[in-house]
Write a protein that binds this ligand. Structure first.
Ligand SMILES: NC(=O)c1ccc[n+]([C@@H]2O[C@H](COP(=O)([O-])OP(=O)(O)OC[C@H]3O[C@@H](n4cnc5c(N)ncnc54)[C@H](OP(=O)(O)O)[C@@H]3O)[C@@H](O)[C@H]2O)c1
Length: 340
């Protein structure tokens, strides 16, 4: 098999293709011939040495793939053989062959490409948790999503619009036209405008019912202040710690220091009728049965045309470094994939 390795912590050029013998599925596992592998911001943080979940470097990262089953281990239904699937991989997705526990594999419905399948797990399971499971977004409410043009931002927008909510998105200016086209009602160019002030203006001073924030640091403080009564702040990352293309301890410490360590107190939450919550899909490996339930809902929404991953660009394995640059240069609109 061919795999893209993070050979050491550093800039995108540390990603290198290497060959190894094909893996053999163990009992309870399936083997997938990968046609597309998702690239996520977590992979970038991992490459920079900023991702605490990484078991170590060198490593093959990658949380999701789309492809076809070509072997099954003991105890696995042979009906899986030859099926088109997508799967959640716990690292190792940047490979042309992966073995995966059966409960992390999902049959792809007719008409869903391997690329679309690979674009679903991380972005849509995360968005579903944020918007539906924990955010409890309802018709008529307003949701503000940061990095609206990223994979999670687009997924969250599709779910929120389907629920009948108003969406405010922050994104680089060049993404605004596309985002307006998928239903984002109000756009904020965070490089020029203050989102806290704009959110107040847009909601006529009432504040926002749900905020999705993976920027972190000071942005959490401003978001908390922007909530309406009954408003919820969903925190799920800290991309502001990734300033350059290599780890900067100063940026990391600055982001951590600017977190709202003192703002969310039990008394302030009670007094203001507000909620705060965190999401980390990568810490739900013990809850795969629940995730499968969410996947069922999302596949129903796919059949209805609501869930529509936007695949921006596909890079061959040999150009994995360019894929990481593309995201870190803030050029992606939706999903970036690797193909063997
Ligand atoms: N906790 C979880 O379970 C979980 C799961 C998935 C994703 N996440 C987090 O959610 C965030 C978005 O993920 P995604 O997959 O949607 O991202 P993505 O598709 O890779 O989007 C990247 C976009 O984020 C924006 N951005 C904000 N800060 C950035 C920075 N410091 N460097 C580069 N780009 C930055 C840029 O868009 P603009 O310039 O237009 O804003 C960029 O185009 C990431 O922080 C990721 O770690 C968390």
């Amino acid at each position: 098999m061919r795999q893209v390795w993070i050979t050491k912590a550093g800039p995108p050029e540390v990603l290198q293709v290497k060959e190894a013998p094909d893996p053999v599925p163990k009992a309870g596992e399936l083997r997938v011939r990968v046609e597309a592998a998702g690239v996520n911001f977590a992979d970038i943080m991992g490459r920079m040495g900023l991702y605490p979940d990484l078991p170590g470097i060198p490593i093959v990262v990658g949380y999701e793939v789309g492809g076809r089953v070509d072997a099954v281990g003991d105890g696995v239904d042979r009906g899986w053989m030859g099926r088109d699937v997508f799967a959640m991989t716990r690292f190792g997705g940047y490979s042309d062959v992966v073995t995966v526990p059966e409960n992390q594999v999902f049959a792809r419905p007719n008409g869903m490409s391997a690329e679309t399948g690979a674009a679903i797990p991380v972005n849509y399971f995360t968005a579903y948790m944020l918007v539906v499971v924990m955010g409890g977004l309802r018709r008529g409410e307003t949701m503000l999503v940061h990095s609206a043009g990223g994979g999670v931002g687009i997924a969250a927008t599709q779910l929120a619009k389907n629920l009948g909510a108003t969406v405010i998105g922050t994104a680089s200016k060049g993404k605004h036209e596309f985002l307006r086209g998928i239903g984002v009602d109000h756009l904020i160019d965070y490089t020029k405008e203050d989102f806290e002030q704009r959110a107040r203006e847009i909601t006529a001073g009432r504040g926002v019912e749900l905020i999705l924030d993976a920027v972190g640091g000071d942005s959490f403080k401003k978001g908390y202040r922007s909530l309406s009564a009954t408003g919820r702040l969903g925190m799920f990352g800290m991309s502001s710690a990734a300033t350059g293309k290599q780890r900067s301890v100063t940026s990391l410490l600055r982001t951590i220091a600017s977190m709202p360590w003192l703002q969310f107190t039990p008394i302030s939450l009670i007094d203001k009728n507000r909620g705060v919550f965190g999401v980390n899909l990568g810490h739900l490996w013990g809850e795969v049965t629940r995730i499968r339930g969410w996947a069922g809902d999302l596949l129903d929404l796919w059949a209805k045309g609501v869930v529509r991953p936007h695949i921006d660009k596909t890079f061959p394995f040999a150009e994995a470094a360019a894929a990481h640059h593309y995201i870190q240069d803030r050029r992606n609109l939706g999903k970036v994939l690797l193909t063997p």
